[in-house]
Structures are given as C-alpha cells and as structure tokens.
Ligand binder design. Structure first.
Ligand code: GLN
Length: 295
C-alpha cells in the first residue's frame, strides 16, 4: 500500500524547497523570492512567516507554492507571478502588458515631488505611464495636482486604472488617463511638469536576453537610435506642451546622461542637470523651459 501523502507541510520545509529550486535557477535572491511566492500561495506575509517558521501549510497551498517556484525557476519575474510589485509606498498591480516598476524609478518620483508645490493646482503629465506607478505615486503625495498618465498601450492603461481603483478609498481623485503617442494629443502650454521613463534600451543590447526583461513588453523597453529615439520625440513634444518655467524630468540608461543633456540643450531647455541613482550611476536628467516666457 502506498503511504498516504501528509496533509500538511511545515513552512520551513517548503521554504527550503523553494530556496533550493530558485538558487539552482533564476533567482539572485532565492530566499526573498521564495518568501514572496509562499505568501502568494498561503496568504502568510513575511512577518507572519518569520514569526512562525514551523507553522503547518495545507498541502493544496504547498502545491500552489511549488507551481509558483517552477514558474520562477523558468525565469518568469516574481512580480508577474504574484501580480504586483511594491513601489514608493504602495503595491501596484502589474501584468505582462506593463513594465515592472524598478526601485531606481523612485528617484524620478522624488525629483518630481521637489518640483510640485503642495498647495498649487499644477498639471503633471507622466508619459508612458504603464501600470501608473509614477502617476499614482505623485497624485497621492500631491492631492492638488492634476496628474495625467499617458500610454500608447490600451492594455497598460487598463492596469493603471485598476491600480487607481484598488487604492480606494484613498485613491487619488484628479488623475486622468490618455491613450496616445507620447504627448502629441496634449495642448500647447498645458503642463507644469512632464515626467517620463520611456523605453531606452538599444535593440541590440544583450541585457534584453537576461533576467526579468525577457518577459516584459518590448515596446516599454526598446527604442531605436541607440535607445534615444523616444527621448528625441518626447523632448520636441514636451517643449510645445510645457508652460514657460515648466520642467521635463527623465529616467534614462546609465550611459545616456550626456546625450540627453545635449538633446535638451539643442531643443532650447535650460537649467539642465543630471542626477545619480543609489548605485552612483547617472539615472535622471531634467531641463526647464526658460521661465521668462520666450521660448
Ligand atoms: N530600467 C530598465 C532596465 O534596464 C529599463 C526601463 C526602460 O527601458 N524604461 O531593465
């Protein structure tokens, strides 16, 4: 007679299984990933897992966790398996139609917040909003701002709207979503601030065949012209859409700061500055429309 399967498995044994599979495969952080996937299957968050490491997990949930380990071992990003990623102060829904928000993009949020006064009704536009992570983070911090998220992908905008809805009852109210190609559908002199984390990876970059990016939408990652073509379009359109004194702030690749400063200067922007991320790499560049009104 076959011994019957145990009905329960200790959390610590499940965690050890996950860690073993993930460290042999994709994960740079097998322990962190295994815990997130176990949380997804069992509902036990990290704190509860740490508080009760030998708690018993029902076999059906353990099987779900094992299925998630297998997907992760096949390379799929944790964020797509569990369906969300933490960014700024929130968990954002993500799907294969949206880029997964990155920690370094929080620098873009920080710099943008410096430019948005707390008590003024300014208009802020996020170009290529994807899951809406940047637009919604800004809108929550600055309730008086009118924040508009734009994206060419209707599927991405559905995710952004779902993110706004899932934040209820604290959902930021003045957020609009627009479907279109960068800023072409926006009126001239409309915006006080434009932020964008556009696609910036060159089509032949070997980085595209590694890790999470293999599963992310190419339209959100790859740009022609050494990864700079979308910046060229955005800079031209932003120049028309921004008010005098308005700011444009980009995220970019670690080796694109110099090119972006040149492109912004060529287009007539002033006060151009590049800042580094926590890894010490040039990551954000901003420029302003001259405040005196003459463009
Ligand atoms: N930072 C992402 C990466 O290098 C790319 C994001 C983007 O293209 N906007 O993985």
């Amino acid at each position: 007679m076959k011994p019957s399967e145990p009905e329960l498995i200790p959390l610590s044994a499940l965690l050890a299984e996950g860690r073993a599979i993930l460290s042999a495969n994709t994960s740079a952080e097998p322990q962190v990933d295994a815990r997130l996937l176990i949380e997804h299957a069992t509902g036990l968050n990290r704190t509860r897992q740490l508080a009760n490491p030998d708690g018993l997990v029902p076999m059906a949930q353990a099987e779900q966790a094992r299925a998630a380990f297998a997907r992760r071992a096949g390379g799929e990003p944790v964020a797509y398996i569990v369906g969300y990623r933490s960014f700024w102060h929130h968990d954002f829904l993500v799907t294969k139609d949206t880029l997964i928000p990155r920690p370094e993009t929080e620098h873009l949020v920080e710099w943008a917040l410096d430019k948005i006064p707390l008590y003024q009704e300014v208009t802020v536009i996020d170009l290529g909003t994807g899951s809406g992570a940047i637009a919604l983070s800004l809108a929550i911090e600055r309730p008086n701002a009118l924040v508009i998220g734009c994206d060419l992908s209707r599927a991405a905008l559905r995710v952004a709207r779902a993110n706004q809805a899932q934040m209820a009852p604290n959902a930021p109210k003045p957020v609009g979503w627009i479907n279109g190609h960068w800023a072409c559908m926006l009126k001239a002199h409309r915006a006080d601030l434009i932020v964008s984390n556009p696609p910036y990876i060159a089509a032949n970059d070997p980085h595209l065949n590694q890790g999470d990016v293999r599963f992310e939408p190419r339209s959100a990652l790859v740009a022609e012209g050494e990864g700079l073509d979308d910046y060229r379009v955005i800079i031209e359109q932003a120049y028309r859409v921004l008010k005098p004194g308005g700011w444009l702030i980009f995220e970019h690749g670690y080796n694109q700061g110099e090119s972006l400063r040149a492109l912004l200067a060529e287009a007539g922007f002033v006060s151009i500055e590049t800042r580094q991320d926590l890894a010490g790499l040039p990551r954000n560049t901003a420029g302003q429309i001259a405040p005196n009104g003459t463009k």
